[in-house]
Design a protein around this ligand. Sequence first.
Ligand code: OFO
Length: 165
Amino acid sequence: MKIEQKVLKAMNEQINKELFSSYLYLSMSAYCESENYPGCAKWLEVQSNEEREHAMKIYRYIHERGESVELEAIDKPKTEFKNLSQLFAMVFDHEQKISASITALYETAMKANDYPTQIMLQWFITEQVEEEKNAHEIVDLLKKVGDSPVSVMMFDRQLGARTGK
Ligand code: OFO
């Protein structure tokens, strides 16, 4: 069964969004490295790698369906941040936008009666619940941490405990 053009276009756009997410989180990781928050840098690097893997899931799926992937230019991510609170608020905001984009893509696949694509996207829908939850928890935690250097150091250590590549 061929993928409808509308669905294919939306999936190719989603690849670009996932790659941009990866690039954005890597940029945030670089900022944390330069500000001496190695734990936050590690968390964001792992997140960046996960986002690339999300892009690759769709990339592989398009090929499995015998269609073509079309990669577009990736926008330049923000490189300067005010502080950790602003940075993680941006992560949460970005994840909410990605969830909306996945939902819209799912609706496009539904309208096209493309059941395999809907099944493939169910993984992303579940993943987004987790991603939003994680980002929201960090934003909340940072509110409690406040400005105390010792608390910020402990927060950084906690984030650095994240496992993954
Ligand atoms: Fe962080 O989200 Fe991908 O899908």
